[in-house]
Design a protein around this ligand. Sequence first.
Ligand code: UDP
Length: 250
Amino acid sequence: MIAVESRVNRLPRVEVLGIGIDPVDMESALRRIEEFIEDGRPRIVVTADSSGIVEAQSDTQWRDIMLNADLVTPDSVGVLWACKRVGSPLPERVSGVDLVEALCKKSAEKGYRLYFLGAAPGIAQAAADKMREKYPGCTIVGARDGFFPPADEAKVAQEIRDVKVDVLFVAMGIPKQEKFIARNLYEMAAKVSMGVGGSFDVLSGTVKRAPMLIRKMKLEWLWRLILNPRKWRKVMTLPKFVWLVSRTKR
Ligand code: UDP
């Protein structure tokens, strides 16, 4: 195992193209996030997919955020493949959308205060309503869209601070969402902040998840691609990812 020591993890991270991935499954990732909430210091969680890792090869600010994140989960089949290739197979994907759902469920049990920031106007609110319906008692203390002008950023951060957030989900696309989090981490003072990409579009029902059979066949990416041709740019980074990983020594 090529290992990079994680700041908070007992187990060594698995290195993929210079980025450390925490060897977690959904259950252990959730445990770690709950530890962060109990601890209370602002933490960053990144869900790493192959296109994000390719982007980190040329975007140093994004790369630094990933390297300094408190938890980096494997969020794509490509990342799982790369980890296996270096001799450290990981059990499963831990994706943003699954973490949002799991934490809404936990919030209903434990009262965690969640905030949904991002996506087009109305979508975060619609996703929050769906989650409140599905997990009665889930505490979503605020929701707003991700298309505010840069001049409003401090005001948005202050709004989040004012409602005392345990877990902040930011859905503005990689790496814009993580850069927003890094810039405003201490102002917002959320205990855990996490970029979740297109999750609110999915959870609000604006974008349908692939049928279970297609998910089981690990072809959800193909389903999304067919429904959203804008995703082509992202998918086009996959061959580069495979090529870069194949060049590295096992
Ligand atoms: N988005 C946003 N603000 C922006 C740009 C994008 O809130 O300035 C939202 C967009 O509406 C979508 C999400 O960010 O809901 C990006 O989703 P995508 O699936 O492209 O994310 P990624 O693939 O990067 O995880």
